[in-house]
Write a protein of this length. Structure first.
Lengths: 264, 254
């Protein structure tokens, strides 16, 4: 990748680590950061050697959402078109994360606020440091939860909680987030980095295409009927059964040995 | 054949658009090869159904470079309308398997098919307006009949594409499936149709197409005549007899 300033990106042993890197602003999003993230995600999607994405933040915050310095109205100036920002920046990001056919681990190292929280929740497996927190801060500015938050939050924690969290812009601690089922695990602050790496490497050694198909199935299940989902499982399982990793998995089981999955 | 691959599996003939470097842009030669293949297939009793596909992309439009070289006289002498007519006149069913883009001429080609199976990520569009022209091979006429005026107008006047799911809801495509399974689903449908009595299949296609051309009462007359013609076939006798005898019919195509 060419020089990036707002993110750090490195690939090692099948894991791509993408670190939001504007620590002075708690990694708030600017157009430039969106563009660098987009380029990184393209690389992750295209490179067969990358089998897991690990997303985290530099410094003491994960992501504070939109950088409001980009939103200050000049006297007599026009209101910013927030819809355009979602259309061209945030929505494509969420869609990319959900459509990426590889597992996405999010290590929430600090506060995840506004769209920053919902970008985290767009990952597949979310770990958070004990001192981290999630805030749907939108209501404090008269805005609505975006970056998919209004869709995913009620599905994660139920309608009642999602409504209160969104309307009150309540801070949710990492422990509470785990208890509510909003995220996978809350871990001690000093264990987050190693646990996230370990999890990402574990996923990178698994049948990647199978994991991608799991993602397709679970994405659809949130809005499918049982009948439609059963048909989808039929189609996805048909595809999964054709992968080399399936053959390897069965062979390893029968031969009573550890499988060596190639991600194909 | 330079621009297409042709293969046969039982009674199903598969035509694969094969200009991946041009995203299967349809130049005159491509259409000529498709038309010639279909003309032969029309006379070949061994071929009962055609599957039309493009690989990762169906067809991303006409070959714009070739088009740019044509002036009005060139457009008048264009062979392409004749090729499109040949494709439209093909009397046996065509099942299109569409992944990726079906834009402009690509969408028009797909609409010549009787069934369309689309992968989840397929996109259908008529973006000709962006080039200062309009669709020239049915992209307005067939599209309005397929999806209705409001949606067709939005597509043709803005050039914006339609997703596979929206195309299904609008009636443009017959089925949506996982992109990896599009071709085999289309072939399964083609084989199923190929197992039906071929005379009835041909009549059915003719009747379905007639429905787009004529009044309801005219269409009903056509349907009745086609129905009557089929009554004389051996396959109809076999089909009815097998049903009453509670056994599988054995059709012979006569």
């Amino acid at each position: 990748m060419t020089d990036t300033t707002t993110i750090l990106f490195a690939v090692e042993n099948g894991v791509a680590r993408l670190t939001l890197n504007r620590p002075d602003t708690l990694n708030a999003f600017t157009r430039a950061m969106h563009e660098e993230v987009r380029a990184a995600l393209k690389t992750v999607a295209r490179d067969d050697a990358i089998r897991c994405l690990l997303l985290t933040g530099a410094g003491r915050g994960f992501c504070a959402g939109q950088d409001l310095n980009d939103r200050v109205r000049t006297e007599g100036g026009p209101a910013p078109d927030l819809g355009e920002s979602l259309d061209s920046l945030y929505n494509p990001l969420i869609r990319s994360l959900r459509r990426l056919e590889k597992p996405v681990v999010v290590a929430v190292n600090g506060v995840a606020a506004g769209s920053g929280a919902n970008v985290a929740l767009a990952g597949d497996i979310v770990l958070a440091a004990r001192s981290a927190s999630f805030i749907q801060s939108f209501a404090r500015l008269g805005l609505v939860p975006d970056a998919g938050g209004s869709w995913v939050l009620p599905r994660l924690v139920g309608h009642a909680r999602a409504t209160a969290l969104a309307m009150l812009a309540e801070r949710v601690t990492a422990e509470e987030a785990e208890r509510l089922g909003m995220i996978w695990r809350c871990v001690d602050d000093d264990a987050l980095a190693t646990e996230a790496e370990s999890l990402a490497h574990r996923l990178a050694a698994m049948p990647t295409r199978g994991l991608g198909l799991i993602k397709r199935a679970l994405n659809a299940s949130l809005s499918n009927t049982l009948d439609a989902q059963l048909d989808l499982e039929r189609d996805l399982q048909r595809l999964a059964g054709r992968t080399e990793d399936y053959r390897e998995g069965v062979a390893a089981f029968v031969e009573k040995r550890q499988p060596a999955f190639k991600g194909m | 054949m330079d621009d297409i691959l042709v293969a046969r599996d039982g009674h199903v003939l598969r035509i694969t658009l094969n200009r991946p470097e041009a995203r299967n842009a349809l130049r005159t030669r491509t259409l000529a090869e498709i038309a010639a293949t279909l003309e032969d297939a029309a006379d070949d009793d061994a071929v009962r159904v055609v599957v039309l596909t493009g690989g990762a992309v169906f067809a991303a439009g006409a070959d714009v470079r070739e088009m740019a070289a044509l002036d009005t006289v060139g457009v008048m002498n264009d062979r392409r309308p004749a090729h499109w007519k040949t494709i439209a006149r093909f009397p046996k069913p065509i099942v299109a398997a569409v992944n990726g883009y079906a834009l402009g001429g690509g969408c028009e080609l797909a609409m010549h098919a009787d069934l369309i199976v689309a992968g989840e990520t397929a996109l259908f569009g008529q973006p000709e307006i962006n080039l200062g022209i309009i669709p020239g091979a049915g992209g307005t006429q067939r599209l309005v009949r397929a999806v209705g005026k409001a949606l067709a107008a939005k597509m043709v006047l803005t050039g914006q594409p339609l997703s596979a799911r929206d195309a299904l809801a609008a009636g443009l495509v017959s089925e949506v499936t996982q992109p990896e399974l599009t071709l085999e689903r289309a072939e399964a449908l083609a084989q199923a149709i190929a197992a039906k009595p071929p005379l009835a299949v041909r009549m059915a296609k003719e009747a379905l197409l007639a429905a787009q051309e004529t009044t309801l009462s005219g269409g009903l007359d056509f349907e009745r005549k086609a129905f009557t013609v089929l009554a004389a076939t051996e396959d109809r006798r076999e089909g009815v007899t097998a049903f009453l005898e509670k056994r599988k019919p054995e059709f012979r195509g006569a």
